[in-house]
Design a protein around this ligand. Structure first.
Ligand code: BES
Ligand code: MN
Ligand code: ZN
Length: 502
């Protein structure tokens, strides 16, 4: 999709669909100036049609109206933005995402968005960036495995061009907002592509290859550790979890260094769980529980996605990325309940369930990241069903040893619209993971399952400020929404990028 910027009158554009903003209010809706101008050009018919259709500007609602030759744009799509008092980047992304999806459903190929004037909280650059992200996320499809004759692709061809129209902003500022929006959306969609890829192709080795591609394109240092190197390092946990698979595990080490020789007192470490498939091992999952387990690498995918955009966004802090990649399978070489593993920092782990494998691979990833010089660490993992029970599917569970880090992450999440809720690291639950024969055991029973998993990880945070994002519920959505289709969401990428770059 070609993206252009224009400061012409949006009503002069000859396109398939023109997206216009409408807010809802207690005293009726409020139309953007471009939307009001379009209504005036159509003799007030737009407002009448909207009223009859009971379109009232509800957030992410849309109404499509053909112009039948009375305007150069062939259709108007009204995009609902909710209350003007709550006009945020998230609202813009969702409104424009919903409208772009609707444009594609109707067969439009060339679309434009008439962006509203800046507000006290949102400047025009932020609006442009949010709108572009909304379009790119909303239109995302995973079509690698669709046949050529697929009705989805035939009936809904790609949108060819997007024109972002804003009268009051310089070309340069608009261009840099577009560059940022492109980088962020590409990063999220990269994480989605990995999450949607079947485990038969996205093996640990293939994941590492994708990381090499990203590192080359984004000028990152990369090192991939295979079995021999993991053995030498003492990364027994990753080796143990991967031992049952014919596809051996990998530890991916990435590093981003900002341009120019800046002195840095802070180095952020990102650590991702990337189980390319989680059968549960000998503690095997039932049919239903195993269905979506190709997505058990979403934490690692979010780390790779975020790392891919750091250079484009001129992130000012150095970032270490660590991705723990393994396939949790069953075979004669697989690990068993009762086995004991010694972590890289000497903490010993007793296996009660081979299905609690994520915390094991992260144990090695966290210690390795701390040793490579991180001054703070954030891990992302599809870690527990208990997090889904606690918060449902749309919300990430945040645990943190450090209040300032927690507040900053919650703030970043709020701004991007990724929902996140802080949960407590209850020290009194520590006794639930005390080991019988080793230091700690890898399950703490049903009660507080997301918390005991986080407490387990804390044993490997090496005393650094540390945050843990349990994305088991939020990494996948069951049905399409304004910012994307059913499947992998790429959650975490936008929050991490916001946290690291502002
Ligand atoms: N990958 C799963 C967690 C998961 C569940 C992710 C649902 C996405 C959706 C993880 O490896 C796991 O199996 N966790 C167990 C831990 C338990 C054995 C202590 C769980 O949550 O049941
Ligand atoms: Mn598991
Ligand atoms: Zn898992």
């Amino acid at each position: 999709m070609q993206v252009e910027f224009s400061n012409l009158d949006p009503l002069s554009l000859g396109i398939d669909a023109l997206i216009l903003f409408v807010w809802s209010g207690e005293h009726g809706d409020h139309w953007s100036s471009a939307a009001s101008a379009a209504d005036a050009n159509l003799s007030g018919e737009l407002v009448r049609l909207a009223q009859e259709a009971r379109f009232n500007g509800r957030p992410a609602s849309t109404l499509t109206i053909p112009t039948l030759g009375r305007l150069p744009a062939r259709r108007i799509i009204l995009a609902g933005c909710g209350s003007e008092a709550d006009f945020t980047e998230e609202v813009v992304s969702r409104a424009v995402g919903a409208a772009a999806r609707s444009a594609r459903e109707n067969g439009a190929k060339d679309i434009a968005v008439a962006l509203p004037e800046s507000t006290a909280s949102l400047d025009t650059a932020a609006i442009i960036e949010a709108a572009l992200i909304g379009v790119r996320l909303g239109l995302y499809r995973f079509d690698v495995y669709r046949g050529k004759g697929s009705p989805d692709l035939q009936n809904q061809p790609e949108i060819a061009s997007l024109t972002l129209v804003a009268p009051e902003i310089s070309e340069n500022v608009a261009r840099s907002a577009i560059a940022r929006g492109n980088a962020i959306a590409a990063a999220v969609n990269l994480a989605r592509d990995l999450g949607n890829e079947p485990a038969s192709t996205l093996t640990p080795e293939h994941f590492a290859q994708r990381a090499h591609d990203v590192a080359a394109a984004s000028n990152l240092d990369i090192e991939v550790l295979g079995e021999a190197e993991l053995e030498a390092l003492g990364a027994r946990a990753i080796l143990t979890v991967g031992a049952g698979s014919v596809n051996p595990p990998r530890l991916i080490r990435l590093r981003y260094q900002p341009d120019g020789d800046t002195a840095n007192d802070k180095i952020t470490g990102l650590v991702g769980k990337a189980i390319t498939f989680d059968t549960g091992g000998y503690s095997i999952k039932p049919y239903e529980g195993m269905l979506d387990m190709k997505g058990d690498m979403a934490g690692g995918a979010a780390v790779l996605g975020a790392m891919s955009a750091l250079r484009d966004l001129a992130c000012p802090v150095p970032v270490i990325g660590t991705i723990c990649v393994a396939e949790n399978m069953i075979s004669g070489t697989a690990f068993r309940p009762g086995d004991v593993i010694e972590g890289m920092n000497g903490v010993t782990m007793e296996i009660l369930s081979t299905d609690a494998e994520g915390r094991l691979v992260l144990a090695d990833g966290l210690v390795d990241t701390a040793r490579r010089g991180a001054t703070e660490m954030i891990d992302l993992a599809t870690l527990t069903g208990a997090a889904v029970v606690a918060l449902g599917n749309g919300t990430t569970a945040l645990f943190a040893s450090d209040d300032e880090l927690a507040q900053k992450l919650l703030g970043a999440a709020e701004q991007t619209g990724e929902r996140m809720w802080r949960m407590p690291l209850l020290a009194e639950l520590e006794s639930k993971i005390k080991g019988d024969v080793a230091d700690i055991k890898n399950t703490g029973g049903r009660g507080g399952g997301a918390i005991t998993a986080a407490l387990f990880l804390q044993h490997f945070s090496e005393g650094l400020p540390w945050a843990h994002l349990d994305i088991a519920g939020s990494s996948r959505q069951e049905k399409a929404g304004p910012t994307g289709p059913k499947g992998a969401t790429g959650v975490g990428v936008r929050t991490l990028l916001r946290y690291l770059t502002t």
